[in-house]
Design a protein around this ligand. Structure first.
Ligand SMILES: NC(=O)c1ccc[n+]([C@@H]2O[C@H](COP(=O)([O-])OP(=O)(O)OC[C@H]3O[C@@H](n4cnc5c(N)ncnc54)[C@H](O)[C@@H]3O)[C@@H](O)[C@H]2O)c1
Ligand SMILES: O=P(O)(O)OC[C@@H](O)[C@@H](O)[C@H](O)[C@H](O)CO
Length: 529
């Protein structure tokens, strides 16, 4: 993240000393930060953690509970260290809605450590008896799991952690070593609470930690299994990446010179499985929902919102070269596509989530995507597709195909992803492909062109879709249509085909092809020239 700006910003730096001077413009914490007890360690401090879990803890402290201060830890990048340490770990969260902006200074983070510089200090912190909960936002890539949900034992980072457990590099490496230190010291374990968007983040965290522990020592693994807990959680708050525009907004509007403010939306939700081994913050007082089973909520959120976001990212970037979700959603074709994608193809596959009205939930998602005050970067939504598509979107496609449905709109989203992976858009303009597997996937996407087979051959990504001939044909048509007719016309046509099943698409080659029509369950004789 680049923190330089072209012109000097107004305002004054945010620190403990200057904090009271912002009162009136910014909602500042009135509690004594020095009195907060460190009880939570967070691994992977990024924008989302600071807009979500840290805000809940800040709210708890504002209500008088000073028992849940947190220590932030960075495992990969120095950006947060460089931003937060000079600010005494304070930062600004700006909530933007159609009705205006409000700013809040968050005080719940009372320390920050950059792990690669001093792994021992991080391990000591995790082994501190006052620490009772470790939360994570390390992205799906940080778990080092394969497509079957097991630790990738051949992964060089995992091997390095096994070779030198006292100097870990990965999140599972830190957790296992810290839990071993606690076991040896006769201390209770801690709860590991994943706040990443993985489909079953509790099970994923448990698998990553226990698989690594078993490779080290069966007794340690058994102790962790008995004493630690790994609750699942569903987290939700759209939080764009911090950029220079955000820094300028906070300086100009609120007079705060903040190296890394966070811009976010008013919506916030956290649903947590109530399974804590060493006490927990009373977060129900500040709006967190504790439930016995998070799965239906999680499924609903990842399949509708996150898959919708991926589709919006890929097709929005292709159609008209939009850069933000707001701009893309202002195009009615894209907004209608997303509404139909959720309503017609994804929602019917989902089990009910207790207390949730599915239609209202989808409506809210569409409104949130279109929030004109949040310029969420499509590049953020498109990134890490090889982790996100198999987690968010492809499961719906697999279920739909199992039920014999053509799932045209889901297929179109996959075609958008394939185009993105090529590294250039339909006009030939370059696209920066952000994906840990870019070097492997990009050549396959380029070599394939409108033939999806080279990419589809990767069964670790596509599972049964790789062998689904009808799906392969549909995807090939979708890639072809995007190139020949352009994204907007293709989206319109596919929407018409989905919403008006008796009416064939107006002008795609696919509509004239009997094989396509048979695959899509439509009558080739009705194709319109
Ligand atoms: N931004 C949102 O709208 C939002 C909302 C809900 C959930 N989330 C989830 O929160 C997580 C973080 O997202 P963010 O928006 O804060 O992104 P971010 O880029 O601001 O932060 C990501 C953090 O994860 C760390 N990280 C990245 N790869 C890692 C790895 N392999 N091992 C350890 N740490 C790693 C980074 O250093 C950084 O601290 C993601 O899993 C995301 O799905 C984000
Ligand atoms: O965070 P990712 O990259 O897995 O997914 C991108 C977005 O869909 C996601 O960050 C949402 O904004 C978020 O899940 C909303 O709560």
């Amino acid at each position: 993240m680049n923190v330089t700006v072209s012109a000097p910003l107004g305002g004054r730096p945010l620190t403990d000393r200057t904090l009271p001077t912002f009162a009136g413009r910014v909602d500042v914490p009135a509690y004594d930060r020095a009195a907060l007890t460190p009880a939570v360690v967070h691994l992977g401090v990024g924008g989302f953690h600071r807009a979500h879990q840290a805000v809940y803890l800040d709210e708890l402290a504002r209500q008088g509970d000073t028992g849940w201060g947190e220590i932030g830890v960075g495992l990969c990048s120095t950006t947060m260290r460089d931003a937060l340490i000079p600010q005494d770990c304070l930062y600004t969260v700006v909530q933007r809605s159609r009705h205006g902006d409000t700013a809040r200074a968050v005080g719940s983070m009372i320390g920050y450590r950059y792990a690669p510089a001093d792994p021992r200090a991080v391990l000591d912190c995790l082994a501190d008896p006052r620490i009772r909960v470790v939360t994570l936002t390390i992205t799906g890539d940080g778990y080092h799991l394969d497509d079957t949900g097991r630790l990738r034992t051949g992964d060089p980072a995992v091997r390095a952690d096994l070779a030198d457990p006292r100097h870990p590099g990965t999140a599972p490496g830190y957790l296992v070593e810290a839990l071993d230190l606690r076991r040896r010291a006769g201390l209770p374990a801690f709860t590991v609470l994943s706040c990443d968007n993985l489909p079953d983040n509790g099970a994923a965290t448990r698998a990553a930690v226990l698989d690594l522990a078993r490779l080290r020592d069966d007794e340690l693994a058994a102790w962790i299994e008995t004493h630690a807990s790994f609750p699942a959680s569903m987290v939700d708050r759209i939080t764009p990446q911090t950029d220079d525009q955000a820094r300028r907004l906070v300086a100009d509007r609120f007079g705060v010179l903040d190296r890394s403010p966070v811009i976010t939306e008013p919506f916030i939700q956290w649903i947590v499985e109530d399974d804590f081994c060493n006490g927990r913050p009373p977060l129900e007082r500040v709006g967190v929902q504790f439930v016995p089973d998070v799965a239906p909520y999680k499924l609903m959120k990842t399949r509708l919102l996150n898959a919708g976001h991926s589709a919006l990212g890929y097709l929005g970037q292709l159609a008209g070269g939009y850069r933000t979700s707001t701009d893309a959603m202002a195009n009615p074709v894209i907004a209608d596509y997303l509404a139909a994608l959720m309503r017609e193809e994804i929602a019917p596959l989902l089990p009910p989530a207790p207390g949730v009205d599915p239609e209202a939930y989808q409506r809210t998602i569409l409104e949130r995507f279109a929030n004109p005050r949040i310029s969420d970067q499509l590049s953020r939504l498109c990134g890490r597709g090889s982790t996100k598509m198999p987690a968010y979107l492809l499961p719906s496609l697999i279920s739909a195909r199992r039920e014999g449905k053509p799932a045209l709109l889901l297929t179109l989203a996959v075609a958008g992803w394939f185009c993105y992976l090529r590294g250039y858009d339909l006009t030939g303009a370059p696209i920066e492909v952000r994906d840990a597997r870019r070097d492997a996937l990009q050549p396959l996407a380029v070599a394939g062109g409108t033939d999806p087979r080279p990419l589809l051959a990767d069964r670790s990504l596509f599972g049964p879709l790789s062998d689904d001939d009808d799906f392969v044909t549909m995807l090939e048509y979708a890639l072809h249509d995007l190139e020949l007719y352009g994204p907007a016309a293709t989206i319109c046509d596919y929407l018409a085909a989905e919403l008006l099943p008796g009416q064939d698409r107006a002008h795609t080659t696919a509509a004239h092809d009997p094989a396509w029509a048979a695959t899509a369950g439509r009558d080739p004789d009705r194709a319109v020239a």
